[in-house]
Write a protein that binds this ligand. Structure first.
Ligand SMILES: [Zn+2]
Length: 391
């Protein structure tokens, strides 16, 4: 039996009030988010004021002590506070992630938000097609898989959980909306809602889990078109910032060019979010390596995904450039591989997940990266990038 006390700052409670939650609800939310308990494993008893008693998984008793005034400004945890990551099977200590692929896909449907529907594919067939690729990844040494398919592009958390259960891999799903593609993958309500309302919807997915199974997302995934940011893309970035400040979820953003990455970092800064909470996905699409360095020096994660046999030399160069610049500790690598293409016979061409381990890392070693460097890229950086931030 271990106990943790948390002070919940008045600012968090105010934010809860603004977003339509009661103070008590907000206090519970903040405490649950911080402790990364599963929605079902977190019960609340009101002991007066904003004090809470929560019981997690029936054996861990947690006492969250109520509002102590704005002076503290942030949550304070005493006792065990190892960073945690939320997978489709529940929260785990970040130290258990191991070798991690930070950006992959199991299934994508590009039909558009106005037509997308899970009845467009057979989940049994997708499971059968994807499972051997998960097994191959596991055999190659992969331990954690982050699925970056957001809602309205084919997110299927139940399918991901089945794959996680069948293979023992840690699998993460996401909340967030994909603004790239000029809004084709955005539901109509995004145009009407404010950044706060959008952020609240994402935060609720994190807090309550996705219906009907209450599977919780472990990252935020958004997407923007090339700079300058459109009004709706900027709204999504603000929503991501506000959801982050409430949940601690990292923000992964599909970003077509360096200017759009810098523009997003500006918006996040104005919203009070650290660059280190932002993952610049598809950074390899920016040809000016000075921008990779600049983003890394600001503290952002620079993600070179799309690793494949055809791009091997280019990706080795990108990573080695960052090593020479002393910025390897800000680099993430992945394949952006997969996936079952909804609408194509048997899902079409499915790119496997193991090349990063079987082809890319050996090539990187040959180019001069040390064993410690590859561990930084596959274990240490993903662990730091994916761990829930204290909020
Ligand atoms: Zn992707």
């Amino acid at each position: 039996m271990s106990q943790v006390s948390i002070e919940i700052p008045a600012s968090e409670v105010e934010r809860g009030a603004v977003s339509g939650k009661s103070n008590r609800e907000c206090a519970r939310t903040v405490a649950c988010s911080y402790l990364a308990t599963t929605a079902n494993g977190c019960e609340m008893g009101d002991t007066g004021g904003y004090s809470l008693i929560m019981r997690r998984r029936g054996f861990l008793k947690i006492v969250a002590v109520g509002v102590t005034g704005a002076a503290t400004g942030r949550l304070l945890a005493r006792g065990k506070d190892e960073p945690r990551v939320v997978t489709v099977r529940g929260a785990i200590p970040a130290s258990r992630l191991g070798q991690t692929l930070v950006h992959e896909h199991v299934l994508v449907d590009f039909v558009g938000a106005d037509q997308i529907n899970p009845s467009r594919y057979d989940p049994e067939e997708v499971f059968r097609v994807a499972l051997p690729h998960f097994e191959k990844l596991k055999a190659a040494g992969g331990q954690t898989f982050v699925d970056c398919t957001p809602a309205f592009l084919g997110r299927d958390a139940r399918l991901l959980r089945r794959l996680a259960e069948a293979t023992g891999l840690n699998v993460l799903t996401c909340t967030g909306f994909y603004g790239a593609g000029k809004g084709k993958y955005l539901p109509a309500f995004v145009a009407r809602e404010t950044a706060d309302e959008i952020a609240l919807g994402w935060a609720r997915e994190f807090e309550d889990g996705l219906p009907p199974d209450n599977i919780r997302p472990g990252i935020m995934k958004i997407g923007v078109d090339a700079a300058p940011l459109s009004a709706v893309d900027e709204k999504l970035v603000r929503a991501a910032a506000r959801c982050h400040r409430r949940t601690g979820l990292a923000i992964v953003s599909h970003t077509p060019d360096g200017a759009a990455a810098m523009a997003q970092l500006e918006v996040l800064k104005a919203e009070g979010v650290e660059a280190s909470d932002f993952i610049w996905a598809h950074a390899q699409k920016e040809k000016d390596a000075a921008l990779h360095e600049r983003a890394a020096k600001l503290g952002a994660w620079v993600e070179f995904d799309g690793i494949a046999l055809e791009t091997l030399a280019q990706h080795v160069d990108l990573v080695m450039h960052m090593k020479r610049a002393g910025q390897l500790h800000r680099v993430l690598i992945s394949q952006d591989a997969g996936w079952y293409h909804v609408g194509e016979p048997h899902g079409g061409d499915f790119r496997g997940y193991d090349f990063l381990f079987t082809g890319f890392l050996p090539a990187l070693r040959k180019a001069g990266a040390s064993k410690a460097d590859t561990r930084t890229l596959t274990v240490k950086n993903p662990r730091a990038a994916l761990a829930l931030r204290a909020v």
